[in-house]
Design a protein around this ligand. Structure first.
Ligand code: CU
Length: 264
């Protein structure tokens, strides 16, 4: 009875350690574009801002601030609607109404008003999209009951997850490709840092952390390695080890009694 209890507790502790996961966070912006008053008689100035810059994952919201109907249709008058947003040009946006589109792929997208085709605009999405202000995002890696915060600064993407392979590497996941400056705590990874197997470009370094420049590929993730990556023996790992030892001793005692070998 005692040994089965100990085994159960040991198993529960192992399960608890396995199940502890870092929660990924999403970073996406909402970008507003106005259909300006008097847009009917305007061209590229019918939309503000125009062009509008966004990153993959961002949602663009067009608001009709004019007093008459308009549409916002991806494509151009010559080739017709491209089908990305605005349908076939039949999705009417009344005064004070909105239309939304979430950018899923990098690119430059033309759009127009099917009711007043002189009204034209452009959405520029993603890396090199055109002078976005860099923003800061964070992700927290967890291992052995400890948390490690990774900070990323980029105009192209946001960091969404950081995961530690104990003693081996740290994998950073982003919501899109592009350039980023990433600050990693030295308690997590230190020494000569490598990014996907190549020497990292160090931007800044102090006692606590290293800031490196990374180029995130289309896959959205990079692997960081260093001379030292935090090993797995944190608080939870130590606890699991202790509880497992108790379980093993319990089983040994039980078997010892069973086979008449006496107690030890
Ligand atoms: Cu219009």
């Amino acid at each position: 009875m005692k040994s089965s209890m100990a085994l159960a507790v040991g198993l529960a502790a192992v399960l608890a350690a396995v199940i502890s996961l870092p929660a990924p966070a999403a970073f996406a912006a909402t970008i507003n574009v106005d259909i300006v008053p008097g847009a009917t008689n305007k061209t590229t100035d019918a939309f503000s801002p125009n062009p509008v810059n966004a990153n993959v994952g961002d949602t663009i919201v067009w608001t009709n601030k004019d007093s008459t109907f308009h549409t916002v249709v991806s494509g151009n008058l010559d080739d017709g609607p491209s089908g990305l947003f605005g349908g076939d040009g039949d999705e009417i946006i009344g005064p004070n109404k909105t239309q939304e589109w979430t950018a899923t792929e990098e690119g430059e997208y033309e759009y127009y008003c099917s009711l007043h085709p002189a009204m034209v605009g452009t959405v520029v999405v993603g890396a090199g999209g055109g002078g976005d202000e860099p923003t800061t995002s964070t992700a927290t890696a967890e291992l052995g009951g400890n948390s490690y915060e990774v900070t990323s600064t980029s105009a192209d993407n946001s960091i969404t997850a950081a995961e530690i392979a104990a003693g081996e590497s740290v994998t950073l996941t982003f919501d899109g490709p592009g350039a980023a400056e990433v600050t990693l705590p030295k308690s997590m990874v230190s020494g000569s840092l490598m990014v996907d197997g190549a020497a990292a470009e160090v931007v800044n370094e102090d006692d606590q952390s290293t800031t490196i420049s990374v180029t995130v590929p289309d896959s959205g993730s990079v692997e960081i390695t260093g001379a030292t990556v935090v090993p797995e023996f944190g608080v939870i790992a130590a606890l699991v080890l202790a509880v497992s030892l108790v379980a093993v001793i319990g089983v040994a005692r039980f078997k010892g009694n069973l086979f008449g070998l006496g107690r030890f």
